[in-house]
Design a protein around this ligand. Structure first.
Ligand SMILES: Cc1cc2nc3c(=O)[nH]c(=O)nc-3n(C[C@H](O)[C@H](O)[C@H](O)COP(=O)(O)OP(=O)(O)OC[C@H]3O[C@@H](n4cnc5c(N)ncnc54)[C@H](O)[C@@H]3O)c2cc1C
Length: 284
């Protein structure tokens, strides 16, 4: 049990070289809020590569075309507090400020939240509705992959041996894009989601995006929402239509936190809340 070897590189190249050369079990350490809990629970790791001292991974910046780059070691609290993110992508900022406690958010990273591949991770739905991509480094170079499809199953991602996430990339969105995030928990304080959901709505294209977490073995980006908002629709009817689409896309289970039935009920509730939040200004 525990860690056999610990390395603390200061470049991405060194980090991926260390990870790819190791024959045993490896793990990347960012904030450690998931990984250290796993190690304390008994898993053994041959090589832990701590990426917190790699300067380029701590960068959060907007490109001139409106692309948002969030480095893999940017703490969640920095995203929650960033004024431009709060203004342009309130759904993402709300997901960030709803993750754990202040102390956890100051350590935890979004890359770790996605890399851990928990179905209830708060950033998965928030970033899925923004069509986010991940920048991934390997000894062969760098590639970008859509977040949609990156998480394969509980604790399973598309990352191959020796690869690390170096950044989350949010492509430019239409100027009027609205977004929101809601989370149902067992308690009022900080807790993992029983169900979480994010939505985005582009009023110009009348396009909806909806993603839901904790209702399947991986976060669900709901398909087939094209044309869901017709001029004859009310906010309530859009909420109903989103609910129908969402319920046919999820496969929740009973577990220690909630029953499948409760998760379905909460999914319906969140779809209606999202329709109200995103259509607060009527676009007719
Ligand atoms: C008290 C407490 C409350 C919490 N509450 C919430 C909550 O409300 N909502 C929520 O979603 N989560 C919650 N979490 C879980 C956790 O904080 C998040 O998942 C966090 O974002 C993980 O980030 P990290 O940097 O700490 O990752 P780490 O623990 O360092 O790593 C997590 C996993 O991701 C991998 N990884 C990390 N970085 C990379 C990378 N750059 N490239 C490839 N793989 C990588 C690691 O190898 C490991 O498998 C909570 C945790 C605690 C302890």
């Amino acid at each position: 049990m525990g860690i056999r070897r610990y390395e603390n590189p200061i470049t991405v190249n060194d980090a991926v070289a260390l990870l790819s050369q190791e024959k045993g079990k490896t793990a990347v350490l960012a904030g450690g809020t998931d990984l250290i809990a796993d190690i304390r629970a008994g898993i053994s790791i041959d090589l832990v590569v701590d990426i917190k001292n790699i300067p380029e991974l701590k960068i959060l910046r907007w490109e001139s075309d409106g692309t948002l780059i969030i480095g893999a070691c940017v703490p969640v609290q920095r995203v929650a507090e960033n004024e431009q993110i709060r203004h342009r992508y309130p759904g993402l900022a709300t997901a960030a400020e709803n993750l754990g406690s202040y102390q956890v958010r100051c350590r935890a990273t979004i890359a770790g939240n996605l890399g851990n591949a928990s179905p209830c991770a708060d950033h998965s739905p928030a970033l899925l509705v923004l069509n986010a991509k991940l920048r991934i480094a390997s000894p062969q170079g760098s590639r970008e992959v859509p977040l949609d499809g990156f998480i394969h199953d509980v604790k399973k991602t598309a990352l191959k041996r020796g690869e690390i996430i170096t950044a989350m990339i949010v492509p430019p969105q239409s100027a009027g894009l609205r977004s929101a995030f809601f989370k149902i928990k067992r308690i009022r304080g900080h807790d993992l989601a029983l169900v979480n959901a994010a939505g985005a709505y582009d009023p110009e294209a009348r396009e909806f995006r909806l993603a839901i977490g904790s209702v399947a073995c991986k976060p669900v980006l709901v398909r087939g929402l094209e044309g869901i908002y017709q001029s004859s629709d009310t906010v309530e009817s859009v909420g109903e239509k989103l609910t129908v689409k969402a319920l046919s896309s999820i496969s929740p289970i009973d577990d220690v936190r909630a029953s499948a039935e409760y998760r379905c009920d909460m999914t319906a509730l969140l779809c209606k809340k999202l329709a109200r939040a995103l259509l607060a200004t009527k676009d007719k």
